[in-house]
Design a protein around this ligand. Sequence first.
Ligand code: SF4
Length: 290
Amino acid sequence: MQVIFADALGFCFGVRDALAAAERAERPDLVTIHGELVHNEAVLRSLNTRGFHSAAERDRDSLPPTPLVMITAHGVSDRERARLESAGKGLIDTTCPLVEKVHRAAQILAAEGRHVLIIGRPGHVEVRGIHEDLPSGEVVDSEKAVRTYPHDRLGIVCQSTTPPRLAASVNAAIRAANPHADIRFIDTICQPTRDRQDAVVRLLPHVDAVVVVGGSNSNNTRELAALCRDRGVPAFHVQSADDLQADWFRGYRVVGLTAGTSTLDQTIHEVHEALRQLDATCALPACPTT
Ligand code: SF4
């Protein structure tokens, strides 16, 4: 079975920089990571081993016990930053500059008196951070969720990892349902997300199926798998080589390999090796079940 890599995959600079900041921490035992530094279980385990405290994303409302708090690449609201600082916490801020760009765009639209619609996943930490600072805003995750809003002025931004095709369809649905409104859209999808999506589109014509490597919690990884399936190509989302099952590949001759922006190079390499080692004869239709 041949394995072809997507020509853009894996770690983005935002995640790399956040991990580098964690690497530099001299006293991990004094630092609480405010949520998941990256949506990658292997990385989270290794941070835990180094002695970092961690607050689960659902528990971020309580006050961390340590004097230092690390803000993840997903960012937080200004309100949350102020809450932590007023409690005397020192902040190690690893917010990705491209997430900061989404915050700035949302604030520009709010300053123009617009009700701000955030295209993204409700409850996602990045989306929560953007939403919390808005005087008037809400999250829209699909065309179905779009309604006619009672506001004359609407603004639209996207969670940084929104698939471009979803942003386009929701944007169009908002415009169709709100012909009365003055609408301004600021495209805040980050370039690494675009690059990885575009690379999958280029890959699909050449493969029978795609293996997508990344955390089960990683939005951009899930979206890569969804893109494959939407285009009629089977996709297998795995977190590590251990998740691979030989049966999945029965009858496939060429398999694509891609990974989300929080997937370690090492994990991609291990998945690649495991795929190469799958018994080649089991990739053929006549292979008996073992
Ligand atoms: S996926 Fe995009 S926004 Fe998120 S950390 Fe990476 S570069 Fe930044």
